[in-house]
Unconditional design. Structure first.
Length: 241
């Protein structure tokens, strides 16, 4: 049963049809779900995985520093923002599948053409985001930071990963200018996407909230992305844990 479930992700009708054709048995969806649960199988998204692991020597120190920023944000001392880029395309993203408890199916990340988005997000559902077509490079990221700095009204710390476009010479040269405007950068330890909360937003936009109509044309895809950005915190909410 577990192998059949992997062959037919989510579509219990197909699993039922397979059982009927193979064994001549009629099985309801409820029965299939009960059997799957009895095998400790749950419906979960197939995860992308990073190829390497965080440095065990520097990770605890950076994690502790991040916790300090979280407390300062709660106290109203700073505005903590999570930054990253993402993208959306016509190829449906990695699907959910029935997976045994403790056994997560995963594949390595792949690149594709996409509508790009830059985002600065807080845990309070505040989001400043910019969409565009074209290649994401340091110049684009710097432009996004310049535009974001025009709107900040309090000391702001941007939490972000150390991707090459975030650590380029041009980006580093722009940091002193942003610091004068009240923005500083906190780099996460390498290979630690779970510490960047905006990754949760991208995941919800790519897997949870998107509907079929968004894939019918590029204009609809743009409309969907911009709708989420505009209504994030109202129509679109995340229960951050």
């Amino acid at each position: 049963m577990r192998q059949w479930a992997k062959l037919f992700p989510k579509n219990l009708n197909k699993i039922g049809a397979f059982i009927r054709d193979r064994f001549g048995l009629e099985v309801s969806k409820q029965t299939i779900k009960r059997v799957l649960k009895s095998f400790a199988v749950s419906w979960r998204r197939i995860r992308k995985q990073v190829k390497k692991r965080p440095n065990p020597e520097t990770y605890p120190e950076k994690r502790e520093a991040l916790e300090t920023l979280i407390e300062e944000d709660r106290a109203g001392i700073i505005d903590r923002r999570y930054f990253d880029e993402s993208g959306f395309c016509f190829v449906p993203y990695i699907p959910y599948a029935w997976q045994e408890k403790g056994d997560t199916i995963s594949i390595e990340s792949m690149q594709s053409k996409r509508l790009n988005v830059l985002g600065f997000m807080t845990k309070r559902h505040e989001l400043d985001a910019y969409t565009f077509e074209g290649t994401v490079d340091s110049a684009v990221v710097i432009g996004g930071f310049d535009q974001f700095c025009e709107a900040i009204q309090e000391p702001t710390v941007v939490v972000m990963d150390k991707a090459s476009i975030h650590t380029s010479e041009a980006f580093q040269e722009a940091i002193p200018k942003w610091e004068k405007q009240g923005l500083s950068i906190f780099y996460l330890p390498e290979y630690s996407p779970a510490l960047n909360l905006i990754e949760i937003l991208w995941r919800f936009m790519q897997y949870e909230w998107i509907e079929f109509w968004a894939y019918t044309s590029f204009a609809h895809l743009v409309q969907y992305v911009e709708e989420v950005i505009k209504n994030f915190g109202e129509k679109y909410k995340i229960n951050f844990v």
